[in-house]
Design a protein around this ligand. Structure first.
Ligand code: GLA
Ligand code: CA
Length: 693
């Protein structure tokens, strides 16, 4: 970490003397102000990690009566005990907020995304909002860790029911759950795990949905099958326990190899495109390890999912989970999700768009309100991210290339960050104590955050203009926008194309705010607003100058998605990737960030890890690695009829609340059950068949 010592914060802003003396020194870099407290923050009840679940055989197992009557007795399904693994995953009653549940009812989700298809491992989105989370089961699980004290935190077992480290710490042997089955009854085993690794993660032509690459699990890591229920990892580092987090959602959730493999180009005549698109949204009953299976899809209307009769988790009384028979995903907008949830027409929302805070709080405060609403910590944040590749990622033209060079110029980045009036940006979303000044870097809600290690360049338009001049930009034709120097991109106005997700009101409001504030600085920003799926594709292929992105887990939890904190691999970073052939052209401070992240991942010493993250925060905010826009708390809105919702569940931390609430053990008490099931007493049918069995 060469540069750690040399971080003189004040020295970092020693402005050049060539700048007109106006009030260029009005602001010195400082720490961000202490954020205001906000109302209605839910309190988390902390528990020990091993109090949540275990794996064991129980004397007897149960299922909904109609499953026994209609399917088992009719010979359409084996008895429940034969559908379950030898030792199912058992949720302990003591950790269930309302205890053992009863069967029945539906959770009605509303989402703003649309399904591309079911091939998650080949990169297709199912529309988000928790659909893929409900279909996927992963080697480990982390979402419920929000309720575990940070010092006790290690991922929970899931498809990997246990693991052991070799004495030298370079090998990790994982024992998979034995005798568990996919929702079509086909056994789950190490072949599914190996197909995901060999033919999806390691195949350069396939990119799983949440971007797993080999580097996600450490540079040079390998995985091999030992037997049907054992796989073995080999790592370059000793005891890199951090990778257990990458084996949770969304980077190690294997798909059904018996269905996927025959379509993969290595084993068929398909092209990679044909493989990716082999399971369109209309393809029903895709086999899953998750608690519900898609049985109905109507475009722009709804996706319906029914209980998985082979689900491998139970409660302590031996009741096969899930308790809820059905899930709905209404295909609408994200803003409508809030509206429907508070009105009682939907059941669940992550209230994450501040534009909806006031109306939602009002409705939830009424005595007859159908839903409860509780805020969590300030973990929703937005960054402006600059494309740092100057060696060809996304094939920029001359103008684009000139922007990349500017993005890599620290004076330029300081100009941008100092020209942002973050108070005004926050207030434009919602007035009141919710939004806070967020300079960038780690989110203030994570346990790794240290305010004193956070460098904040306060709003100072004149100072910002001086920095822009230092970066060599002047308005040579007097139209109010700075130009490239003569000889670069024809000396034209600097024009920056900013990628924005059009699915969210908040993203659009922030984008408009940034455009207006940059105009005052003299920078012309052109918006490229796309729907979420197109936006992601555009981002991953590097076709942007700037982008606005809601923060992901690397900033909210640090231990989840850690490799995304810096460009540690050719394809791990959001904003700085390698071109098709070539390496990531790291700037010196990025090299320091990469070193820190690699050290963090291989360190098991909590004090060292905390100190590394303070260094990370300092370097990343001092050099303006990404440019924070705002941060604020989100609130979980959930219909009052549901039980077993853990108190204080944050809408986002290790994962989204759809996972954190552990939906498979959520239930509706008998006297509160509503008649929302669209396919009562039906089970999923054969893969590819239309509709239920
Ligand atoms: C979208 C929503 C989030 C959450 C996730 C789950 O991103 O905006 O609130 O539901 O999907 O994947
Ligand atoms: Ca101009």
């Amino acid at each position: 970490m060469r540069n750690l010592r040399s971080i003189g914060i004040a020295a970092g802003l020693a402005l050049s003397v060539s700048v007109p003396a106006l009030n260029a020194f009005a602001s010195e870099p400082t720490v961000p102000p202490v954020p205001a407290t906000f109302p209605a923050e839910g309190k988390i009840k902390y528990v020990a990690r091993d109090s949540i679940l275990e794996f064991k055989a129980l004397p007897a197992y149960h299922e909904p009566d109609w499953v026994t009557e209609k399917y088992v007795k009719a010979g359409k399904l084996p008895p429940v005990k034969d559908r379950l693994p030898k030792e199912p995953l058992v949720f302990k009653t003591g950790n269930m907020p309302d205890g053992i549940g009863v069967y029945g009812d539906t959770m009605r989700h509303v989402i703003g995304g649309r399904p591309e298809g079911w091939n998650y491992g080949a990169g297709q989105t199912q529309g988000w909002g928790g659909i893929d989370i409900g279909l996927s089961e992963c080697l480990t699980r982390t979402a419920p860790l929000f309720q575990v004290e940070a010092k006790d935190t290690e991922p929970l077992p899931n498809l990997a029911k246990s693991w052991d480290w070799s004495a030298d710490g370079h090998k990790l042997t994982m024992h998979l759950i034995e005798g568990a089955k996919w929702s079509d009854g086909v056994p789950f085993n190490a072949d599914d795990v190996m197909f995901y690794w060999d033919d999806e993660v390691m195949d350069p032509n396939v990119s799983p949905l949440n971007g797993a690459t080999q580097e996600t699990f450490g540079v040079g890591t390998t995985l091999k099958k030992i037997d049907d229920y054992t796989v073995e990892w080999t790592f370059k580092d000793a005891f890199p326990k951090q990778h257990l987090y990458a084996m949770a959602y969304g980077t190690f959730c294997p798909g059904p190899s018996h269905i996927l493999k025959p379509q993969h180009p290595k084993y068929s005549k398909n092209t990679y495109d044909q493989f990716k698109n082999a399971f369109p949204p209309e393809y029903m009953n895709i086999p899953v390890m998750g608690a519900w299976v898609p049985v109905e899809y109507r475009a722009d209307d709804i996706i319906v999912m029914r209980r998985n009769p082979y689900y491998w988790k139970v409660d302590e009384k031996g009741n096969q989970l899930p308790y809820l028979n059905e899930l709905h995903y209404k295909l609408s907008t994200w803003a409508d999700r809030d509206v429907q949830a508070v009105a009682g027409a939907g059941d669940f929302s992550n209230l994450e768009q501040p534009e909806n805070f006031v109306a939602s709080l009002k409705r939830a405060a009424e005595p007859n309100a159908p839903a409860r609403l509780a805020f969590g910590p300030r973990l929703i944040g937005y960054n402006l991210r600059l494309n740092f590749s100057a060696n060809g990622w996304g094939n920029p033209d001359e103008r684009g290339q000139a922007i990349r060079e500017l993005n890599r110029n620290e004076d330029f980045r300081k100009a941008v960050t100092m020209a942002l009036d973050r108070k005004a940006l926050g207030d434009s979303l919602v007035k009141g104590p919710f939004t806070a000044i967020y300079p960038g870097g780690l989110s203030s809600g994570t346990s790794f955050y240290d305010r004193k290690s956070t460098v904040y360049y306060p709003f100072d338009l004149e100072g910002a203009k001086a920095e822009l001049a230092k970066a060599g930009l002047k308005d040579t034709d007097g139209d109010g926008f700075v130009n490239f120097p003569a000889g670069t991109a024809g000396g034209k106005n600097v024009e920056i194309v900013m990628l924005v997700n059009n699915d969210y009101t908040t993203d659009k409001s922030l984008a408009e705010g940034v455009v207006a504030q940059m105009e005052k600085l003299g920078l012309r920003i052109v918006l490229n607003g796309l729907n979420g799926t197109q936006r992601d594709a555009t981002q991953y292929s590097g076709r942007f100058d700037w982008l606005i992105r809601r923060n992901e887990q690397e900033l909210t939890s640090v231990v989840q998605n850690t490799v995304q904190l810096a460009p540690v691999g050719p394809k791990t970073s959001w904003d700085h990737r390698a071109p098709e052939s070539g390496e990531v052209d790291l700037m010196p401070f990025e090299k320091d960030l990469v070193d820190i992240v690699n050290k963090f991942v291989s360190s098991a010493d909590n004090n060292q890890r905390a100190s590394l993250m303070r260094d990370f925060q300092k370097i990343s905010t001092e050099h303006v690695y990404n440019i924070g826009l705002t941060e604020y708390p989100g609130a979980l809105i959930i219909n009052k009829r549901f039980s077993n919702i853990p108190q204080g569940t944050p809408i986002f931390m290790f994962n989204w609340a759809e996972d954190s609430i552990i939906r498979e053990r959520v239930f509706v008490a008998a006297d509160k059950q509503a008649k929302y099931e669209l396919f009562p007493e039906e089970l999923p049918g054969k893969p590819g068949d239309k509709g239920p069995m």
